[in-house]
Design a binder for this molecule. Structure first.
Ligand SMILES: [Zn+2]
Length: 343
């Protein structure tokens, strides 16, 4: 299995996030990717290569141009206007009732942010673009004929919409890779299977009206878990995309067996779609000791999840999303990848 990794991610190191009413130390840290990288080196799963550089058009095909310009320049503008140099974190956010796009640098982040978990620091834009290139390199390798590729993306991406950021996500790496696969080899059909603990809201919204990308997400019930306002089972797509979005929400405390039953159900839908490629938005914050997840999966289940996905025998790109129990993170990701290879 080829692994794609860039140490550029380390320049994105937000100091804090707002969680449950408190400003706390960031959960989404550079340590996460370094720990996974170290575990992969030790396990020797396959070659670890740097990403190729892609034209911005591959990212612009998914994200709004003004939003990309905002991400690129806001840190400098924010600091110049007197915002804290620690990080861009807005104090006023658009709502259903006030949503005119501002130009003032201290107001603009509140127009694009969907929550206060994703501060922007000086290196955020470059790290996010590189993370997208890591995923795009994985997509290009699938086109070349590789059967299984792992993109060690950081920052993660599945909460980023076309023109919003949040949930530690700025650019939607999995969506960018899926769109690239669709645009390069028609008529490619792509599934994005999201196994992160949280609903992949950005991914769902980006493809909600499309029938060439099936989005499937297994996640904590948004009735009690982030992202709260989306991710319910009755959201099935719209227009041409009607029937091409599947949400499987699970209760707090979900353990291995019911999780695997939900996975089997998801995989049936994937098989029925008959995809050319599968992209797995790979979060391991479903782990029992995860500090922000409430599922109870054990380390032993990740190889089983990998095997069941690989049993579909389609070229598969795994894109790293969440996972915050750093002591077990390397082990859980490696376990999942070994399951993929073993099948
Ligand atoms: Zn997550």
């Amino acid at each position: 299995m080829i692994v794609i990794f860039s140490s550029t991610h380390t320049i994105h190191a937000p100091p804090h996030e707002l969680l449950n009413g408190e400003l706390v130390k960031a959960h989404e840290t550079p340590d996460r990717a370094e720990i996974i990288h170290t575990a992969l080196v030790k396990t020797n799963l396959g070659p670890i290569i740097p990403p190729h550089i892609f034209d911005m058009s591959a990212i612009q095909a998914v994200h709004d141009t003004d939003y990309l310009r905002f991400l690129e320049h806001i840190y400098t503008q924010w600091v110049a206007e007197g915002g804290s140099p620690l990080a861009v974190l807005p104090d006023t956010i658009t709502t259903r009732h006030m949503h005119r796009r501002p130009t003032f640098p201290l107001a603009l982040p509140g127009y694009y942010a969907s929550d206060l978990s994703a501060p922007i620091v000086a290196g955020t834009y470059e790290a996010a673009v590189t993370s997208a290139h890591v995923a795009l390199t994985g997509a290009a390798l699938l086109i070349e004929g590789h059967q299984a590729v792992y993109a060690l993306c950081r920052p993660p991406g599945h909460h980023a919409n076309r023109d919003t950021y949040g949930g530690y996500s700025y650019l939607n790496n999995a969506a960018i890779a899926a769109n690239y696969l669709c645009s390069q080899q028609r008529p490619a059909q792509v599934v994005i299977l999201d196994i992160d603990y949280h609903h992949g809201n950005g991914t769902q919204q980006i493809f909600y009206e499309r029938d060439d990308v099936l989005t499937v997400s297994i996640h904590a019930d948004p009735a009690y878990e982030y992202p709260y306002f989306i991710g319910f089972d009755d959201e099935r797509g719209k227009g041409a995309g009607e029937g091409y979005n599947l949400n499987i929400s699970l209760a707090e405390g979900t353990t291995n067996i019911p999780y695997l039953e939900a996975l089997d159900y998801a995989l049936e839908a994937v098989a029925h779609f008959d995809p050319t490629y599968i992209i797995v938005a790979t979060g391991v914050d479903t782990f029992e000791a995860d500090p922000i997840g409430e599922f109870m999966l054990t380390s032993g289940v990740y190889p089983v999840i990998g095997q069941r996905i690989a049993a579909l025998r389609r070229p598969t790109l795994l894109v790293q999303e969440g996972g915050y129990a750093v002591d077990a993170l390397g082990n859980n990701v490696v376990g999942l990848l070994q399951g993929i290879i073993k099948q």
